[in-house]
Design a protein around this ligand. Structure first.
Ligand code: F3S
Length: 640
């Protein structure tokens, strides 16, 4: 039977389940990655599983989020991560080496493999033909311990690319166009599989920009074929031996097809505060720009920054605009340096930042109050920049560079004729020596734990009956940033759950933590797409620490729902979306949880006397996990 590329990779890794969309499948995982903000917890969980060495072909621990070392917390975490990596057989990427997805693409990702990472932009590696998925840290810890990764068999959408990018349109504009078409929910339950003659016109870094932001579509993953461009990229990186050709069968059947004419695309931006609020740049002409930030795992490749340097050469950026540039990796930085491309950036007034996530996660580089910030990043959720009233626009490096020069959005028709589309040089300097490869004998390594590393707590099983108050009711599109905001102070507490829990919903409702603690156990009610945004498992773990037993919503984002299950929180859905209006903050909900079955609705009684029907998407295994208090308890019970 003819297969899509996604189905081929899944078939090669399938250990359980049927490849019918929506059915639960389990896959062997070849590679894992973690970043520091989620990694500390993932490694505490790995330790709790009692394994000796990781069982994957390759696991890498990157430090790219909390690289600011103001006080002991982050450096202590880095030491912990480095020692755990050595102990368990994991490659360690120290702070300053680069952003996890850029580094993984350059150094480790392979076509045809499976990769899960405790970061929602792990699908970036789909640009090289890997089936790469974001997952909770606990799922990543399990994969490292040799367990298969379980997920619903995704649908496959064919994104058929025709023609070739023209003028000032870039790969970023392809994915912004798709976000405008499909919305932030448009990819839920699906892998975006790119196909068509336009694919051959895109380099691997361009493809990676597109697969990176597939996460903003809510997609399980995004994948490009592995072709001559893939081989050429791998050759540039000194690892042509990792190339395998890979493409869908000619007559493969897809669940949906979307055609994009590349020649018709123009520069686009996503307006505040959602990646799918997409408009042409020309419609914003004249809007003053206070800050431009170029970098992030979406757009920090050598090609991206070469375009910026070329646009900047011989010019000076506007005096009213702060211009921040963070290369994605040391390799990108070295190449820019070697090829004389840093000078035009510095001469133009660009402020060079460390090779790290930086402003994308609110680690410095915040815009001024109510400032307009044009960023080449993937997310513009309210408050993510750490300036609550900032207006963040998402754009390509080309658009951002012109905004920096003019101090305002301008019509691309005034920018000149066409941008350069640089090829990757073939003689790329290696940064392999920057990685710390684990010693053969990890037993001799002692793990370094500072006071910011707080041991995991064990959560109790789910009782058969719940009668709990609603301590918070929120609206649609609540992101993991709403649940647990980013920023230097908060993210430095990722390995300290009691401390970080004080910040749950701190920017939405300052009294929530006090109410939840007082209630001891309680319920959160949400609208559509609850938990969208990131794989941040602390957005489930910290509410669980505060006693949240049930989240009741109109719908859930996939990764967040998996995280809720992993930490023993019951994710239930209003069978009738309008019933959301019947539940008031402070009201009490009673339901029986002793007999939950897949596909069976659950009646719940409100304190008003009204009965509502709740549904769920839980499998037998999910139910068993929640019942014992979470995945860690489940794994311990099944291996003891
Ligand atoms: Fe880092 Fe931002 Fe990507 S936080 S991993 S650069 S989405």
């Amino acid at each position: 039977m003819p297969r899509t590329l996604t189905q081929k990779i899944i078939a090669d890794h399938l250990v359980a389940g049927e490849m019918r969309s929506g059915q639960e499948i389990s896959l062997t995982i070849d590679q894992t990655l973690t970043q520091d903000a989620t990694g500390t917890m993932a490694y505490l969980q790995l330790e709790a599983m009692g394994v000796d060495r990781v069982k994957t072909d390759l696991s890498v621990s990157y430090v790219d989020h909390n690289t600011l070392q103001m006080g002991f917390k982050n450096p202590d975490d880095h030491r912990f991560l480095q020692s755990v990596a050595a102990r368990y057989g994991i490659v360690f990427s120290p702070p300053g080496t680069g952003i996890c997805h850029q580094l993984h693409l350059e150094n480790f990702a392979k076509p045809g493999t499976t990769l899960i990472g405790s970061d929602s932009h792990t699908p970036t590696a789909g640009g090289i033909g890997a089936l790469a998925m974001g997952a909770g840290g606990l799922s990543v810890a399990l994969a490292m311990a040799g367990h298969p990764y379980t997920l619903p068999m995704p649908k496959v959408f064919r994104i058929y690319l025709r023609g070739r990018l023209q003028g000032f349109a870039t790969a970023k504009d392809i994915i912004l166009h798709l976000l405008g078409e499909l919305s932030v929910k448009g990819g839920v339950g699906a892998v975006m599989e790119y196909d068509g003659p336009g694919v051959a016109t895109l380099s691997v870094p361009e493809r990676a920009t597109i697969t990176n932001m597939g996460a903003e579509l809510g997609a399980t993953g995004s994948v490009f074929p592995s072709d001559d461009n893939t081989r050429s990229f791998l050759r540039s990186m000194g690892r042509e031996q990792d190339f395998v050709p890979l493409r869908a069968d000619e007559d493969a059947v897809y669940d949906r097809e979307i055609i994009i004419d590349l020649d018709k695309l123009e520069p686009l931006v996503a307006a505040p505060h959602m990646p799918d609020k997409v408009v042409p740049v020309r419609e914003l002409a004249g809007l003053k720009v206070d800050q431009v930030a170029i970098g992030s795992c979406t757009n920090s490749s050598y090609a991206d920054l070469t375009q910026v340097a070329t646009i900047f050469r011989g010019r000076i950026t506007a005096k009213t605009t702060d211009v921040l540039i963070a290369p994605g990796s040391r390799q990108v930085l070295k190449l820019l340096l070697r090829n004389g491309l840093l000078e035009p950036i510095i001469d133009a007034g660009g402020r060079l930042l460390e090779c790290a996530c930086g402003p994308c996660i609110g680690m410095g580089g915040s815009p001024c109050s109510a400032g307009v910030s044009v960023r080449t990043f993937n997310r513009n959720f309210e408050g993510r920049s750490a300036t609550l009233d900032a207006q963040v626009y998402l754009a390509s490096p080309v658009t951002a560079a012109y905004c920096a020069l003019h101090g305002a959005f301008t019509d691309p028709a005034t920018w000149g004729t066409e941008i350069i589309r640089p090829d990757l040089p073939q003689d790329i300097p290696s940064i392999r020596d920057m990685f710390i490869f684990p010693p053969e004998n990890g037993h001799e390594v002692s793990i370094v734990r500072g006071p910011n590393i707080v041991p995991l707590e064990t959560f109790p099983p789910l009782p058969d009956n719940l009668t709990l108050p609603v301590t918070l009711k929120v609206g649609d599109n609540i992101t993991t940033d709403h649940i647990l905001p980013g920023g230097a102070e908060i993210t430095s507490l990722r390995s300290n759950i009691p401390a970080i829990s004080e910040f749950v919903f701190s920017r939405t409702d300052k009294e929530f933590v006090r109410r939840a603690r007082k209630a001891k156990e309680s319920i959160i009610v949400g609208g559509e797409n609850y938990g969208q945004g990131s794989s941040r498992e602390h957005a489930a773990l910290a509410p669980r620490h505060l006693g949240i037993r049930l989240v009741l919503a109109r719908s859930f984002a996939r990764i967040h729902m998996a995280n809720l299950i992993n930490f023993g929180i019951l994710p239930l859905i209003f069978a009738r979306p309008d019933d959301y209006d019947l539940v008031a903050p402070g009201s009490t909900i009673s339901l029986s949880t002793g007999h939950i079955q897949p596909g069976q609705p659950i009646p719940a009684r409100l304190d008003t006397g009204t009965t509502i029907s709740l549904i769920h998407e839980l499998t037998d295994k999910d139910i068993a996990i929640i019942r014992v208090g979470g995945l860690l308890n489940f794994v311990k019970a099944s291996t003891s």
